[in-house]
Design a protein around this ligand. Structure first.
Ligand SMILES: Cc1cc2nc3c(=O)[nH]c(=O)nc-3n(C[C@H](O)[C@H](O)[C@H](O)COP(=O)(O)OP(=O)(O)OC[C@H]3O[C@@H](n4cnc5c(N)ncnc54)[C@H](O)[C@@H]3O)c2cc1C
Length: 494
């Protein structure tokens, strides 16, 4: 697993050395929550046979692609895992007609279950096509990302990954191979477009809309804040309030122009990237000019980066983002907790509302800062803002109104004592409270949420939960796919 906390069991003290996995750093190791056996699936037949086998023998099953899941949903103790990582086919269809449908699409990509983001863009880039991947190249396309949502630098321009889907090949719990789309198994297709990975069927092939390549134009800013006198209280910090407020005031404009944002704000510095996919490589300068001038003229900032770039290819953009470290793979082997909340666009429509948002951000940061959470906040403007129709996807409807997907998080190493880990977890969970108070009945992105979330059905799936459950029960009546905090999760003993 990407995060070692999913390889342990309860308060287990075993931690593996990620440089030398055969020797534990501490304690004595058992499998923890890892699956006992894995089937290294190569094709849909392998998956069909595995599902027939587990049904016949009453064995718990789990599905693992990259193991990146923040909830550890790709492993389950005492299970037989279907490992899809080596299903690595990629195809380009100049035109494509989903089976049984009248619509004919242009520029359709097809990836089998194990293809990762970086493999996809390396394949489609020479064909002059963009793929709506996320920030990090090692995340899979067809698993949790492509079934749970999938936001990224192309989100405001083209929508979520699930918005691009035109057809899936799947194997349902009864071992049947199916081609599903808007014309056949419509409900299942809807559910698997956003209702979460690991819930309804095993996906073997993902067919999706590509987009003719345009340059990725970027405004990149990084600065250290002036050193505060005495003890820093972020809620009282003018520089934090001013900068977060200025970003929020510009966010609607940026979003409307298809500009995505990755903004990381810490106690002592900020890293902010605005990304506009467009053949007009100068347009971003005019749209971000107020934000740029505000930052440039702000007194006392120690500015280390204040530059416009235009990247002719996605891979060049991606290589660039490895330095601000938004897109580096790993580090693998940490323990992690995240908590997040969608902040809807309505909260950016007046200075009073923006002040409430700013209050929530600095309160969350200060709480995290003083309680071992680290104090940083991630403000993602990478959602489907310009794609408001949710009728075709089972994704959390709250995504469609979202301007900021706010993430709080903390990571620990194997040396961190259990009571400190617990404190960090509690801090991160509680730190999103100011955003919850601002957005009653709202939600968050299930793939980057808090695994300790109590009202997870509403928070992760929103008003789609009941319908998703009906679809699940129809295609998986025995509850074979029963992953942690997934649709229809009924719990299990570790
Ligand atoms: C470093 C990092 C960066 C990230 N960046 C982004 C980002 O930019 N945007 C974003 O939207 N998300 C991002 N995420 C979150 C990511 O979307 C989730 O972690 C997602 O669950 C990963 O999916 P996976 O298939 O790669 O991982 P896995 O852990 O292997 O699987 C995740 C879930 O999908 C299920 N699953 C996997 N394959 C299949 C299949 N073939 N059929 C049915 N179910 C399947 C698993 O059972 C599990 O429930 C990031 C995560 C990490 C760790």
């Amino acid at each position: 697993m990407e995060f070692l906390n999913w390889e342990t069991c309860g308060q287990s003290q075993c931690f593996l050395n990620s440089y030398k996995p055969s020797s534990p750093v501490s304690g004595s190791c058992s499998l923890g929550r890892l699956s006992t056996y894995h089937v290294q699936a190569r094709n849909a037949d392998d998956i069909s046979k595995t599902l027939n086998f587990v049904r016949e023998h009453g064995i718990r099953v789990s599905i693992k692609n990259t193991g990146h899941d923040y909830f550890g949903r790709s492993s389950a103790a005492n299970s037989l895992a279907i490992w899809t990582h080596n299903m690595k086919e990629t195809k380009y269809h100049k035109t494509f007609q989903p089976q049984g449908c009248k619509t004919r699409y242009k520029n359709i990509g097809e990836v089998s279950a194990g293809i990762q983001g970086q493999e996809a863009w390396k394949f489609f880039e020479p064909l002059g096509m963009l793929v709506t991947v996320g920030a990090v190249g090692s995340v899979g396309i067809a698993g949790g990302f492509g079934q749970g949502g999938g936001h990224g630098p192309l989100g405001p321009a083209y929508g979520l990954m699930v918005d691009q889907a035109v057809e899936f090949e799947v194997v349902t719990a009864d071992g049947t191979k199916r081609t599903i789309n808007e014309c056949s198994d419509k409900d299942l297709f809807w559910a698997m477009r956003g209702g979460g990975g690991g819930n309804y069927a095993v996906l073997t092939s993902y067919k999706f809309q590509l987009h003719p390549a345009v340059p990725l134009n970027v405004y990149s800013f990084q600065a250290h804040f002036p050193t505060p006198d005495g003890v820093l209280d972020i809620t009282e910090s003018k520089v934090h309030r001013d900068i977060i407020g200025a970003l929020a005031a510009n966010q609607t404009l940026f979003g409307q122009h298809g500009i995505a944002g990755y903004n990381f704000v810490y106690a002592d510095h900020i890293c902010s990237l605005q990304i506009m996919p467009s053949s007009d490589t100068e347009a971003i300068k005019a749209i971000t000019s107020q934000w740029h001038d505000f930052l440039t003229d702000y007194p006392g900032l120690n500015i280390t980066e204040n530059t416009y770039y235009s990247f002719s290819t996605f891979s060049k953009w991606h290589r660039f983002t490895e330095t601000p470290a938004i897109s580096r793979n790993g580090p693998v082997g940490l323990g992690i907790i995240e908590a997040s909340r969608f902040v809807p666009k309505d909260l950016f429509t007046s200075s009073e509302k923006i002040e409430q948002v700013v209050n929530a951000v600095v309160t969350a940061m200060q709480f995290s800062h003083t309680n071992r959470g680290g104090g940083g906040v991630q403000l993602y403007a990478t959602g489907p803002l310009n794609h408001p129709d949710n009728s075709k996807t089972g994704s959390n409807p709250a995504w469609r109104d979202t301007l900021w997907h706010v993430v709080m998080g903390a990571a620990w190493t194997m040396d961190t004592p259990p009571h400190v880990r617990t404190q960090m977890q509690n801090t991160i969970s509680a730190s999103v409270q100011p955003f919850k108070a601002l957005t009653p009945g709202g939600g968050c992105y299930m793939n980057e949420g808090d695994w300790t979330e109590d009202s997870w059905q509403q928070t992760f799936f929103g008003e789609n939960y009941d319908q998703l459950l009906k679809v699940k029960n129809r295609y998986d009546p025995s509850g074979l796919f029963n992953c942690w905090k997934c649709v229809g999760w009924t719990g299990y003993d570790e």
